[in-house]
Design a protein around this ligand. Sequence first.
Ligand SMILES: *Cc1c(COP(=O)(O)O)cnc(C)c1O
Length: 284
Amino acid sequence: MWLKMDALQPPGSFKIRGIGAACEHHATNGKRRFVSSSGGNAGIAVAYAGRCLSIPVSVFVPETASDRAKALIRQEGAEVFVHGASWQEANERALQTVDAETAFIHPFDDPLLWTGHATMINEVVRAGVPFDAVVLSVGGGGLLAGVSEGLDRNGLQHVPIIAAETEGAASLAAAVKAGRPVELPAITSIATSLGARKVAKRAFEITQNRPVDCVVVDDSAAVDACMRFLDDHRVLVEPACGAALAVAYAHAERLARFERVLIIACGGATATLAQLQAWQTSLA
Ligand SMILES: *Cc1c(COP(=O)(O)O)cnc(C)c1O
């Protein structure tokens, strides 16, 4: 097993790869303000990118956003606006503030992001690490689209992707089953960073054009995987990342046909140890 430790990115998750690339692109093209509607790792990454590029950032989050996430966004110097009961309302408000000088940064459905995420595969290939499968988590499918692009770029289009989701946030598995992207009625998993009710069209297309195996794990397996990963590697990640780790820790039979597996440890900054322990107790 190889781990791509994107949990160690400064803002805490892989998201800075794509979001950083998108923000640099928009800054070069004259945008003078960034807007996000993510109360999670995407919002944190936009705030971080804006600080690095000296561009002001506004992040619109719903009332349900955690205090910790809001604090992490503010810590990067961004302004947080709390609006509405759900992400839809916060997102609508965010979009109303977009003008000609503003770039709206989508959390997953943007080719600029995918090109940025693809760099993680370039790095693994350049490091000379051979692998015959990639395990990753899927929320809206931006990471999946980026890894797929990275594999293509490096002549690895035949390498299967194991796409992990949690029960209650499995919008990719639902799309594959239905034969088209479908909207989940609700997100019921604690892995809120995987909580896109519908995957990007591109993510679904990838499942039709290359080998992709969907694996759905329960919340309890995702949290247990986070705890084991903390002990094994001394790095704390969110259950969203735990979903991918749980494929190795709890569903190793799904990897039995591979010799060398690359797991994307995508990270996540919004969970604490106390929160993981509380989930472990309540899910037991
Ligand atoms: C965003 C995120 C994901 C899911 O990525 P998508 O591009 O939405 O599929 C997984 N894990 C963490 C920690 C994230 O922040």
